[in-house]
Design a protein around this ligand. Structure first.
Ligand code: FES
Length: 112
C-alpha cells in the first residue's frame, strides 16, 4: 500500500470536536470511516452502526455529536466518542468497530 492510500485527511481540516467521513481502502475493501478529532488526538471507526448496519451521518460527513456522544442519525443510538461504546438507544452495549489511525506530519493515516 503506498503512502497516499493510507492518508485519510489533514488534521487541520478537521475542527476540534468534530468528525468527518472518509472512504478508505481497508483490508476487506473500501469502507466509509468516521474520523473524529479531540484536540491532537484522532479516533476512527467504521461508519457502520451495529444496530441496523446504516451509516451514522445524517448527510455525507455530517455527524450529530453532543456532550461526548456520537449519535446515529438513523435511530438515535449514542456512542461514546472516546471508545465507541454504545451507551444508549437500540444497540446499547455494542461497539463501533475501531479503525487504527495515527497522526503523522499533519495527516491522519491508516495504520497497517
Ligand atoms: S442503524 Fe444506527 S441506530 Fe439504527
Amino acid at each position: 500500500m503506498d503512502m497516499t492510500a493510507t492518508q485519510l485527511c489533514r488534521l487541520e481540516d478537521l475542527p476540534d470536536g468534530e468528525a468527518t467521513a472518509v472512504d478508505a481502502l481497508l483490508p476487506d475493501g473500501e469502507e466509509s470511516v468516521i474520523v473524529l478529532r479531540q484536540g491532537g488526538a484522532v479516533r476512527a471507526w467504521l461508519n457502520l452502526c451495529p444496530h441496523a448496519g446504516r451509516r451514522l451521518d445524517w448527510a455525507p460527513g455530517k455527524f450529530l455529536i453532543s456532550q461526548g456522544l456520537l449519535i446515529c442519525a438513523a435511530h438515535g443510538a449514542s456512542f461514546r466518542t472516546d471508545d465507541g461504546a454504545c451507551v444508549g438507544g437500540p444497540c446499547r452495549g455494542e461497539h463501533l468497530r475501531a479503525v487504527p489511525v495515527a497522526v503523522e506530519d499533519g495527516w491522519v493515516r491508516l495504520l497497517p
